[in-house]
Design a protein around this ligand. Structure first.
Ligand SMILES: Cc1cc2nc3c(=O)[nH]c(=O)nc-3n(C[C@H](O)[C@H](O)[C@H](O)COP(=O)(O)OP(=O)(O)OC[C@H]3O[C@@H](n4cnc5c(N)ncnc54)[C@H](O)[C@@H]3O)c2cc1C
Length: 395
């Protein structure tokens, strides 16, 4: 866990990774050596997820020390997240279907045939030693190595025969980097729902090679499964109606966009900055909640240090009473498809508030090209990097 999840911590961590782990990233990234032994990966995801540090800054910092060819794999991984986000923006129904299936599974879950297996899985009682350890690690640290996430999801779906949606939800509640796009789409990818004929089946030998685990009981993992049915979702061109930051009157701090940027501060000086908690996840773990609260407190400190006064409200009702007499529209950074956007959409319709979204210019440069597979998107990385080099401003 991070004592102070702010930009300065993110930069320090990034610098340590660039100087120690980045060079060997492509060779060593698949090894999961366990908590406390993670110099082979960057652990930037909780910071990126909240936009505490921008992907653009990470990429430029890496390219200051290395040629792109030397660190291609790391750059590609950074773009995987951007790709997933763009892919989901063009297929909002994937998210809506996930949420509604999850609701169905959770309704009277005690009576469902898989209930006992589900409880065993989420309480580290499956008897599959690596899986049970990952559950403990996930709950304690709010983080799992990428390879462990793949093995975990595969065992959940194919060996324990549990619905993937419940597994994705278990991750979402516990991961401090929980992200609607990367999480939901990675679970679908493992389950074989993303690309026709492709699913991910964890192998005992692979787990033993890339982690410190050896199986007490052999042959516990499924070796063969029925091929999952791939579900096609048509791409719908999103309309990213970008609001100018210059026309803001009321600005809502959005926990998905804790942007540390002088340009933003300059713009906010003239505006009313407000905060209320518009999405409170009752199921989030203690570790995740702590990270989120700490990140927000750090951000408040940053704004206040820069003389930005924040009007904080205890709840939506208090906010509305204040706001209603003063305006009918509110600006905030686009939170992306996910629970936060669902909450803002609901708020907007219930309280008749027009929410105006400010988009990150880099996101809307990249997202429209995430229509098809990652391979096509990957071919655009050089042009995305040129864009970053040319357009230095953050917003
Ligand atoms: C089932 C499953 C669920 C996942 N859920 C999430 C999630 O909720 N949030 C999340 O940020 N990532 C998720 N990932 C992707 C990946 O596991 C994490 O981004 C990565 O482990 C974070 O650690 P790191 O920052 O040390 O990664 P590094 O290996 O150092 O990579 C650097 C950055 O690249 C991006 N990245 C790396 N691998 C991936 C990937 N496979 N997909 C998307 N982006 C990637 C992340 O932003 C990451 O911080 C999931 C993967 C799987 C298989």
């Amino acid at each position: 866990m991070f004592a102070k999840p702010n930009l300065s911590t993110a930069r320090k961590k990034l610098s340590i990774f660039i100087n120690n782990g980045l060079q060997n990233y492509s060779k060593s990234r698949n090894f999961d050596y366990g908590p406390g032994k993670r110099n082979n990966v960057s652990k930037m995801s909780p910071f990126i997820r909240k936009r505490i540090i921008h992907e653009k800054e990470i990429i430029l910092s890496c390219l200051k020390k290395y040629e792109k060819l030397q660190i291609d794999k790391y750059i590609q991984e950074i773009f995987w997240r951007i790709y997933w986000k763009g892919w989901l923006e063009g297929r909002p129904k994937v998210w809506d279907d996930y949420v509604s299936h999850l609701e169905k599974y959770n309704k009277n879950i005690f009576n469902k045939s898989f209930y006992r297996d589900y409880i065993n899985a989420t309480n580290a009682q499956t008897g599959i030693n690596c899986f049970d350890q990952w559950v403990i690690e996930l709950i304690k640290y709010g983080y799992l190595h990428n390879h462990a996430r793949m093995w975990f999801a595969s065992i959940w779906i194919f060996t324990l025969n549990l619905p993937w949606e419940l597994g994705a939800d278990f991750f979402y509640r516990n991961l401090i980097d929980a992200d609607a796009a990367s999480n939901t789409l990675s679970w679908r990818w493992v389950a074989g729902l993303h690309t026709s004929g492709k699913y991910y089946l964890a192998q005992q030998s692979n787990i033993e090679k890339f982690s410190n685990f050896s199986f007490h009981k052999k042959n516990q993992l499924k070796k063969k499964i029925a091929t999952p049915i791939h579900q096609f979702y048509k791409y719908q061109k999103p309309n990213f109606l970008n609001e100018s930051i210059d026309n803001v009157k009321f600005y809502l701090i959005n926990p998905n966009n804790l942007i540390y940027d002088k340009e933003l501060i300059n713009k906010l000086e003239k505006n009313k900055v407000v905060y209320f908690n518009f999405f409170d996840d009752p199921k989030a773990s203690k570790t995740k909640k702590k990270f989120e609260n700490d990140a927000l407190e750090e951000y408040f400190k940053y704004l206040e240090l820069n003389n930005i006064k924040i009007n904080k409200f205890l709840n939506e009702k208090d906010f509305y009473e204040y706001f209603n007499q003063r305006s009918n529209h509110l600006h905030t950074f686009y939170p992306c498809i996910g629970y936060e956007k669902d909450s803002l959409d609901k708020l907007s319709s219930e309280m008749n508030i027009e929410i105006k979204y400010i988009f990150d210019s880099f996101d809307i440069e990249c997202w429209p090209l995430a229509k098809n597979g990652f391979f096509k998107f990957k071919n655009k990385i050089d042009s995305f990097i040129n864009y970053i080099k040319m357009k230095k401003d953050l917003i």
